[in-house]
Design a protein around this ligand. Sequence first.
Ligand code: E4P
Length: 214
Amino acid sequence: MKFFLDTANIGEIKEVLPMGVVAGVTTNPSLIAKEKQDIKEVIKEIASLTPGPVSAEVISTEFEKMLPEARELAKLGDNVVIKVPVTVDGLKTASALAAEGISTNVTLIFSANQALLAARAGAAFVSPFVGRLDDISQDGIALIKDTADIFAIHGIETEIIAASIRHPQHVTQAALAGAHIATVPAKVLKSLLYHPLTDAGIRRFLEDWQKANR
Ligand code: E4P
């Protein structure tokens, strides 16, 4: 399973990229709004910094507006992937963009059937939301597993991005369930590194070294 960073914050991206573990970035309108900057400027900068796919989401909800908006966003970088919601208009847009060679990430997936439809519409990626399902007492990881099983059974190459990841357990479980990618906030990504025995081990090695070299 690969990692994408789930943020529109340039500082976070610059801080985390040198670790060499981030293969792409996902944004959404809420994340862009937090940055209080023009969406095109933000996506352009993120796309230039990131050595992999950068998802930029359309705001329009109707196909006639979604398609031109998507085409404009796609011009912001060769690695820009267009995020569309899993609606009739979203799938029409995904299908039209696929025919034009523009990759899409179909988002707000909350059922395996939605994921299957998105894949058949030509989506390069689907984004099932784990945390938001858990929030309403449903099983977000089960959705990842069902989607991965269905895609494997039917030889579907669309990649599954486990989204709405809230904590390290989600990451481990998404990897075990067959997600190709987990998109994670910087805070969660950094928390994956933490283990008290690692910190204690470093302290003990340094103390032993200093004792022997007094
Ligand atoms: C990413 O593609 C999603 O938009 C994001 O992971 C949603 O996360 P949230 O449910 O924590 O807002």
